[in-house]
Write a protein that binds this ligand. Structure first.
Ligand SMILES: Nc1ncnc2c1ncn2[C@@H]1O[C@H](COP(=O)(O)OP(=O)(O)O)[C@@H](O)[C@H]1O
Ligand SMILES: [Mg+2]
Length: 199
């Protein structure tokens, strides 16, 4: 049997490469559809505090939803890689032009001098999860840092866990290890999948 880490690495390389082949215009169109689907979910509409992320490369344009959440008057939190702990620190942002600068992997991250650090994550109602590939059962493949697996392990409550991804990122048979955490909802341009129904 092939090692789970090797299988994960193969899927990462393949999906990242194919995703990169999509035209920018197409990615933008699909991202608008995904963001609109997420914004219409009860879990999003009922959320006061949203933890999201800023996309990089050819990822689903999560920044559309970050902007929308600010416009909707939600409390918006974004992660910043802490290079000494190798975990995600969470900050509240209010003004994306002022509060963000390129950080790890050139991803826009909150500036510590502009943003309040949020230590009590109990108030997070909704988490937008990034990822490279997802299964219909909610299995999630990240970039290999385990950042979100570690973040979710810190939580003592159960916020809504939602991933936005292009339909081409759905892969069946993603290896799952003990630390891997599934998403509850997987939203593509075509469908809003309740992963709990597919366990
Ligand atoms: N809760 C956790 N505590 C400690 N290490 C963890 C935890 N969750 C994940 N990791 C570690 O992070 C690394 C990457 O995890 P992996 O699931 O392969 O990456 P990703 O989730 O980014 O696809 C693994 O070595 C894994 O053991
Ligand atoms: Mg994982």
């Amino acid at each position: 049997m092939m090692n789970a880490q090797i299988m994960k690495q193969n899927i990462r390389q393949y999906i990242v490469a194919v995703r990169q082949q999509m035209a920018g215009e197409e990615r933008g169109r699909l991202s608008q559809a995904i963001a609109a689907r997420i914004a219409s979910m009860d879990a999003y509409r009922n959320a006061n505090t949203v933890l999201a992320y800023m996309n990089f490369g050819a990822e689903f344009a999560a920044d559309i939803l970050v902007q929308q959440a600010l416009r909707d008057g939600k409390r918006v939190l974004l992660p910043r890689v802490n290079r000494s702990t190798n975990e995600l620190d969470i900050y509240q942002v209010t003004d994306l032009l002022r509060d963000l600068a390129p950080g790890m992997w050139n991803i826009s991250e909150p500036l510590v001098e502009c943003c309040a650090r949020v230590n009590t994550l109990e108030e997070v109602d909704f988490i937008l999860m990034p990822g490279v590939a997802f299964g219909r059962d909610g299995a999630r493949l990240g970039y290999g840092g385990g950042f979100y697996d570690k973040l979710l392990a810190r939580l003592k409550h159960h916020p809504a866990l939602v991933a936005g991804a292009y339909a081409m990122q759905i892969v069946e048979g993603i290896p799952q290890e003990d630390n891997d955490r599934k998403v509850e909802w997987l939203v593509t341009e075509n469908e809003t999948i309740n992963c709990a129904n597919n366990g």
